[in-house]
Design a protein around this ligand. Structure first.
Ligand code: 13P
Length: 250
C-alpha cells in the first residue's frame, strides 16, 4: 500500500505574522510543482490566518499546533475546532510531547481532541513517543502501545482515514540526537501493529506515520527513504525556508 508522505513544519512558539509571511514568500517558489508529498505548516495561533492567506492557491496546507476538545466555552487561552476552520485551516497537531510535558496533556485529553477534530473534518496529526528514561528501561513498546490505545479509544475503523500519527521520541526533539532509521522503523512497526489490532490491518496499512525529532536536510533522506516512514514533523529545521524546502525535496 503506498501512502503519500506528509512533510510538516511545527514552528512551535516562533515567528510573528510578518516573519511567517516572509517564510511563505521564500518557501513557495522552492516547492512549486512539488507533488510527491503533502506539505503543511503549523504556525502559532496568531500567525495562522496570515499563513492560510499566504499559501492560498498553492498546495501547501496550514494547521494549528493545538486545539481544544470543547465546541466553545470558558476555556481562557484555548482555540476551538470551529475557530480553526473559520480562518481556513485544515489540520491540527494533537498531543505534542511539549503539550504533554508542560501542559499536562494526557492520553485521555488527546483522545477527546481527536474525536472533536474528526467530527469537524479536521486532519489530526496525533503525536506520541517515549522519553529517554522509558527507552533506557526497555519500555518503548509498552509506552507507544498505551499512547496509541489511549488516543484511538472509541474511534471506529470507518472514522479513521484522516488520522495521521507522528512518532516523536522525546529524547530526539530539539537535541540534535536523531533516532536511527532502524529505531524509527521499529517504533513505527509497533505503532502500526497496535493500530491494526484496534482498527484492522486495512486501516493500519493506510495510516500515515510520520517521524519527528531533529530531522534536518542532512538526515531526511535516510529516514524518509524508509518505506515505513510516511513523512516528517520538523521543528527547528522548518524555521528557515531553504532548510525546510531541502527536507521536502529529500
Ligand atoms: P526538532 O525538529 O526541533 O527536533 O523538533 C521536532 C518536533 O518537536 C516537531 O514537532
Amino acid at each position: 500500500m503506498s501512502r503519500k508522505a506528509l512533510i510538516a513544519a511545527n514552528w512551535k512558539m516562533y515567528k510573528t505574522p510578518a516573519e511567517a509571511t516572509q517564510f511563505v514568500e521564500a518557501f513557495l517558489p522552492l516547492v512549486a510543482g512539488h507533488s510527491r508529498d503533502e506539505i503543511a505548516l503549523f504556525p502559532s495561533v496568531t500567525s495562522l490566518a496570515t499563513v492560510v492567506l499566504a499559501v492560498a492557491g498553492s498546495k501547501v496546507m496550514a494547521g494549528l499546533q493545538n486545539m481544544h476538545f470543547a465546541e466553545e466555552g470558558a476555556y481562557t487561552g484555548e482555540t476551538s475546532a470551529s475557530m480553526l476552520k473559520a480562518v481556513g485551516a485544515t489540520h491540527t497537531l494533537i498531543g505534542h510531547s511539549e503539550r504533554r510535558q508542560y501542559f499536562n496533556e494526557t492520553d485521555e485529553v488527546v483522545n477527546r481532541k481527536l474525536h472533536t477534530a474528526l467530527k469537524h473534518g479536521i486532519v489530526p496529526v496525533v503525536c506520541l513517543g517515549e522519553v529517554l528514561a522509558e527507552r533506557e528501561a526497555g519500555e518503548t513498546a509498552s509506552v507507544l502501545k498505551a499512547q496509541i490505545t489511549g488516543a484511538l479509544a472509541g474511534i471506529s475503523a470507518d472514522q479513521a482515514a484522516p488520522i495521521v500519527i507522528a512518532y516523536e521520541p522525546v529524547w530526539a526533539i530539539g537535541t540534535g540526537r536523531t533516532a536511527t532509521p532502524e529505531m524509527a522503523v521499529e517504533a513505527h512497526r509497533i505503532v502500526r501493529a497496535e493500530i491494526a489490532r484496534m482498527l484492522g490491518t486495512e486501516v493500519a496499512s493506510a495510516m500515515r506515520i510520520l517521524y519527528g525529532g531533529s530531522v534536518k536536510p542532512e538526515n531526511a533522506s535516510s529516514l524518509l527513504g524508509e518505506e515505513e516512514i510516511d513523512g516528517a514533523l520538523v521543528g527547528g529545521a522548518s524555521l528557515k525556508a531553504d532548510s525546510f524546502a531541502a527536507i521536502v525535496h529529500y
